[in-house]
Design a protein around this ligand. Sequence first.
Ligand SMILES: [Zn+2]
Length: 160
Amino acid sequence: MQKFRIGNGYDIHRLIEGRDLIIGGIKITHEKGLLGHSDADVLVHAIIDALLGALAMDDIGTIFPDTDLKYKNADSMLLLKKVYSKVKNSGYRINNIDSNIIAQNPKMMPYIPKMRMAIANVLEIKDSDISIKAKTKENLDAVGENLAIEANAVVLLVQD
Ligand SMILES: [Zn+2]
């Protein structure tokens, strides 16, 4: 077994009317939300895929298939909890996470401290061990045109 394992994750969801906007486990006030089988928490999905990638396991779509009714409107924080138990069962803990939310609108900044606390709480790390940065796409492409929100994450696992 290696002492350290790194993983990276990426996700994108379409922004539509009639859905709640939930990112990083926090409900954000906005006229649109992200479309998906689960609650479509784009940041948590990127972190889940980074954790699975670090373990060289299947990706989020394989573990929680969107054909499974069990995961319809699922709380992604519960999925994160399940994946974190795989990390622990593999003999690792999370050293730190760095992530980005890429959204043209709304402003993520006011929500980031709450997101860090919520995710740190599930992953049994300090909020200083998780970085969440917010970027726009300078009005370019689908994200820049407010059609979608993207996220990416890098995690470092260390042998427990
Ligand atoms: Zn997703």
